[in-house]
Design a protein around this ligand. Structure first.
Ligand code: ADP
Ligand code: MG
Length: 547
């Protein structure tokens, strides 16, 4: 058995500790959130172990987190009955920066020194954040493995930490903090309660405080409550604790389904699709529980790839608990869950569009690129995504219209949906291609998004109505027989021929042909693609891929 050893921290850790120890920062309370979240992770990992392994030290111990204060000694002690750590794990986990958030933190702190407090406040820095309030920290732990013995980690947050064997009877981890003189507030019960309710209310294990018999946190799996009973603020709190995104989500969806299978889901559309670098969510995907036990942290098979911006939790009674994480993907049940969730999400988007067009406009601004990606790439769902499309049109450049709006307001005898491709609305509206549409009072959708041509590669029809490029469609501008008769006169024909041959001579090699058209109203000429050329849609697709 090794005796007391002193081990230097990694250079990065020292840097981080320096920043934290010397920060004058009045939202230091977040350190408790970090310790509780570590305890909760440790309990979840133990639960998962217990699914397949009963050879666990103190297998029957109650899963819980206990916080105790010793005002005379200025000690704050957080204990959990989680998975625990042996000596090697203490060194590995608390001696280096494992957590990517911490590394990003150092970077951010160096970049914008002035806003250090914002960075600490909003983003978790993990275990080390306790050094904001600690003179020293002692971590004593005993692993769930029966053969492992207990060990203690100790540090004052300077260059080194100490490791030594310990006597500790229970499974799990005890974090003992000697509070700094100016951190006495964290010995007061009401203050601790307040912090726990604010940051850790939805931790799925009971948190006890001193000798209190009642847990401090609500602990409820919010998604398992009936959606009617859950309040808006609870949802917002949950979302904030889940993502550390301080902006309100654009939208939430709470599902409680009994048939054809049992499941709960609580899903959010973030205001912004990019996770901030400090978010506890490190990858895309939903958190998957089976009967309240976490099966998989990032489950990507529950949503079409294009809806990867969705955040949240799915919980099903029907998933077998003993599934290995690898086999979760392949079960038929997962496919059913995906279908249920996706259909309800698409439904929710459509309802938002109908009931709150202004909020849908916000959604569309941020997420149109994802929906369009879904139409271009998702075999299974592209048709369901299409009603979500919104465009401006020749007749309406201020409001978003859907393909359904377009169909509803078009003349009955118009058999097609017209669109035109371009880089910006102002210039395509003045395109000579549209003159005939203006004259005949037909509307044309303006496809100005660089990804629209990709959408069109797949979306050739909507509700059996063909989508047609206005620039290549042959529509006749003349409305009366008188106009036609005028065109037919030999004098007119002769003049036209003279003009055509002159144009051919002047333009020479630059063009392949000059033809008469009846589609122009004001412009004398327009450019079209040569016979057999790539369609304008494909030309744009290639142009984009070339970049
Ligand atoms: P993170 O939680 O993001 O991994 P932390 O700095 O909070 O980063 O913790 C570092 C590591 O220390 C954790 O990943 C975990 O392995 C270990 N750890 C911390 N607290 C506990 C605990 N209470 N029980 C078991 N392991 C813990
Ligand atoms: Mg942590």
């Amino acid at each position: 058995q090794s005796a007391n050893r002193s081990i230097p921290f990694k250079a990065e850790t020292i840097q981080l500790l320096n920043i934290l120890i010397h920060s004058l920062y009045n939202d230091r309370e977040v350190f408790l959130r970090e310790l509780i979240s570590n305890a909760s992770d440790a309990l979840t990992r133990l639960n998962f172990e217990l699914l397949t392994n009963r050879e666990v030290f103190e297998a029957e111990a109650e899963p819980k987190i206990h916080i105790r204060t010793y005002p005379d000694e200025k000690l704050l002690v957080i204990t959990d009955s989680g998975i625990g750590m042996n000596e090697a794990e203490l060194i590995e986990n608390l001696g280096t920066i494992a957590q990517s958030g911490a590394r990003s933190f150092i970077q951010a702190a160096q970049e914008k020194n002035a806003h250090l407090s914002d960075i600490i406040g909003q983003f978790g820095v993990g275990f080390y954040s306790s050094f904001m309030v600690a003179e020293w920290i002692q971590v004593t732990s005993r692993s769930y493995r029966i053969e492992d013995s207990a060990a203690t980690w100790f540090s004052e947050g300077a260059g080194t930490f100490n490791i030594e064997p310990a006597e500790y009877e229970h499974r799990g981890t005890q974090v003992k903090i000697k509070l700094k003189e100016d951190a006495a507030e964290f010995l007061e019960e009401f203050r601790l309660r307040e912090i726990i309710r604010k940051h850790s209310d939805f931790i799925p294990y009971p948190i006890y405080l001193n000798e209190g018999e009642e847990k401090v946190n609500q602990q409820t799996a919010l998604w398992r409550q009936s959606p009617q009973e859950v309040e808006e603020t609870q949802l917002e709190d949950f979302y904030r604790q889940y993502t550390l995104d301080f902006e309100k989500p654009l939208l939430h969806l709470h599902m409680a389904v009994d048939a054809p299978l049992q499941m709960y889901a609580l899903l959010f559309v973030p205001a912004n699709p990019e996770r901030n670098i400090f978010s506890p969510r490190k990858q895309d995907g939903l958190k998957l529980y089976a009967r309240k036990i976490l099966i998989q942290e990032y489950t990507q098979d529950l949503l079409p790839k294009s809806l990867r911006f969705i955040q949240g939790v799915v919980d099903s009674e029907d998933l077998p608990l003993n599934v290995s994480r690898e086999s979760v993907q392949s079960t038929r049940l997962m496919a059913q869950l995906k279908k249920l969730i996706t259909n309800r999400l698409i439904d929710t988007f459509s309802r938002l569009a109908k009931e709150k067009p202004e909020e849908y406009a916000k959604f569309w601004k941020t997420y149109s690129v994802f929906i369009k990606e879904g139409i271009a790439t998702d075999e299974e769902y592209y048709e369901q995504f299409m009603p979500l499309l919104r465009y401006h049109s020749l007749k309406n450049t201020t409001e978003w219209i859907s393909l359904d709006d377009y169909i509803e307001s078009k003349p009955v005898d118009q058999q097609k949906i017209y669109y035109i491709l371009g880089d910006d609305e102002r210039s395509i509206i003045n395109s000579p291609h549209l003159e005939v549409y203006k004259k005949r009072n037909l509307d044309v959708l303006l496809f100005t998004d660089p990804v629209d041509p990709f959408v069109l590669m797949r979306a050739k029809k909507y509700k059996d109505i063909e989508l047609v490029n206005a620039a290549t469609e042959k529509l006749d501008a003349s409305e009366s027989q008188a106009e036609d008769a005028e065109q037919e006169k030999p004098e007119t024909q002769e003049k036209i021929h003279t003009v055509i041959s002159r144009m051919k001579t002047v333009l020479g090699e630059k063009i392949s042909d000059v033809r008469v058209t009846h589609q122009l109203v004001q412009s004398p000429a327009r450019l079209i693609d040569a016979e057999g050329a790539l369609t304008p849609e494909l030309q744009r697709v290639y142009k984009m891929m070339d970049k």
